[in-house]
Design a protein around this ligand. Structure first.
Ligand SMILES: Cc1cc2nc3c(=O)[nH]c(=O)nc-3n(C[C@H](O)[C@H](O)[C@H](O)COP(=O)(O)OP(=O)(O)OC[C@H]3O[C@@H](n4cnc5c(N)ncnc54)[C@H](O)[C@@H]3O)c2cc1C
Length: 444
């Protein structure tokens, strides 16, 4: 959101100067390339893995995708039961920007998009403030100005340190900035955030896919779904200059090359053992780039108790960012230290209802508890977290190192490998597949 706003201002200044990002020519069967590329495995059937399979397959390359879950999509997951048959996104929700190849692909396929209103309410020191009231509040206006100008952050420490604002604003800043970036302001690196903001080129508008992200994915990647082997977990990748051997559900499979698109958090956990182990510089950036616990919690109510014009609410002490989902639900995006706390509660079988309801009750005179119906938790911690984020010392250069192929046999893609500010997004993950594909083309 913040990245959008910054680039939106630039885009307006530049008028029509922006050119839609590198549009790919349609891939044609290329027997010479296919033969040189050899037999290729892709690990993970999120958007990066599916897009790779599509491009490799269209070029005539013999490709198989191994996906550990029993579904495709990874962090794209649309539910149609929680909101009376209407799509509700449990993972990626917004198409960020209108200048990406992803946006163009959706448009080309005539997949309809809705552009939601963005109207924040801010809960601060016991009171709700509309966007206008917040803009005139001495503290809140400083927090909002910071969130809208992240490209100006500097310093080698955290966003919290660089912000230098009263601690009482932490919940507001974690709602406006921390959750958007998958963490909290104590964990995010200041100059690395500024760098990401400056690199953002996708544009300022946000959309929801009317039929839901999962349906869009099924439509756009229908031709490669037959190449995906679900419930196929890769536990080991042994590589050498002459090829790679993957251990899939305990059995060894030989390939010429592999593309690893698994989430950064699973690389941190060493879910896949690499033999020989990954180079030191790559292991350092896997440890250093941020990715931690993350979840969406959908709270459903009997009736709406929030103002009609409210679409987002920030400032809760336990879950700093909520948005309105459908007529009677609020979704909390819980990341960083707040997600750690929720996970502790979930592990202890304690409620994650009460703390967040307490916040809403305090802000809306007890109406949240009175109207509460049920909750649904979509916990992404099993993926190693929601999405990657910049930490002090680990910005764009670190992501380039993460994306570097090894021996032209092991290639890396997936959102965390995006070097140009588009990590943590669907369009960015899709672009990393293009980047990795181009790297293969350069070396065979
Ligand atoms: C709560 C939430 C909200 C988000 N909101 C937005 C948003 O509004 N807009 C936006 O653009 N982006 C959003 N994102 C980010 C976006 O979802 C991701 O950046 C993108 O989907 C990542 O795609 P990927 O292909 O890189 O990885 P993934 O989708 O994670 O795909 C990787 C796949 O690898 C599989 N895998 C893992 N380990 C193994 C193994 N050992 N063997 C085989 N398979 C394995 C996983 O099961 C997974 O399917 C959100 C993400 C979350 C979690």
């Amino acid at each position: 959101m913040n990245r959008r706003e910054f680039m939106g201002a630039l885009a307006m200044g530049w008028g029509t100067a922006y050119v839609l990002g590198a549009c790919k020519e349609k891939d044609e069967p290329n027997p010479d390339f296919a033969q040189k590329a050899g037999k290729v495995a892709v690990v993970g059937a999120g958007i990066a893995g599916l897009h790779l399979a599509k491009r490799l397959g269209a070029s005539g390359v013999d490709v198989v995708v191994y996906e550990k879950l029993n579904r495709i999509g990874g962090r794209i997951l649309t539910d149609k039961a929680l909101n009376a048959g209407k799509p509700l996104e449990l993972g990626a929700e917004f198409v960020h920007g209108h200048k990406s190849d992803w946006y163009k692909a959706l448009n080309d396929a005539a997949i309809a998009l809705d552009e939601p209103d963005e109207n924040y309410y801010h809960y601060y020191l016991g009171q709700n403030y509309t966007a206008n009231a917040a803009a005139n509040h001495p503290d809140l206006s400083r927090a909002i100005a910071l969130a809208e100008n992240l490209e100006n952050l500097s310093g080698s420490g955290s966003v919290k340190a660089a912000a230098n604002l009263p601690d009482s604003l932490d919940y507001i800043l974690d709602g406006l900035i921390g959750a958007d970036y998958g963490a909290d302001i104590e964990r995010l690196g200041a100059q690395e955030m500024a760098e990401a903001e400056r690199l953002w080129t996708a544009g300022e508008r946000d959309f929801r896919i009317t039929v839901g992200m999962t349906d869009a994915l099924n439509l756009l990647y229908a031709d490669v779904i037959s190449k995906v082997q679900t419930q196929s977990a890769v536990s080991k990748i042994a590589y050498s200059a002459s090829g790679v051997t993957l251990t899939v559900n305990g059995a060894d499979q030989n390939f010429d090359r592999v593309f690893v698109t698994t989430p950064l958090g699973t690389l941190k956990r060493n879910d896949i053992v690499f033999l020989p182990q990954l180079p030191d510089d790559k292991r350092a950036v896997i440890n250093g780039i941020g990715m931690g616990a993350g979840m969406k919690v959908v709270y459903r109510f009997q009736q709406r108790f929030w103002p009609q014009d409210m679409t987002l609410w920030v400032g809760g002490r336990h879950a700093p960012l909520f948005w309105v989902s459908g007529d009677f639900a609020l979704t909390a995006l819980v990341t960083g230290k707040y997600a750690d706390d929720f996970n502790q509660r979930l592990n202890a079988n304690a409620s994650v209802i009460l703390p967040a309801l307490d916040d809403l009750d305090a802000a809306f005179s007890g109406a949240a508890s009175a109207q509460f119906k049920d909750q649904y938790v979509q916990n992404w911690t099993g993926f190693g977290g929601a999405y990657s984020y910049p930490t002090p010392g680990f910005g764009s250069e670190a992501r380039k190192t993460l994306a570097e192929p090894i021996e032209n046999r092991v290639f890396f893609a997936g959102e965390a490998t995006h070097p140009d500010g588009h990590f943590a997004t669907v369009h960015g993950a899709r672009e990393t597949a293009d980047f990795a594909f181009e790297k293969l083309k350069q070396v065979v």
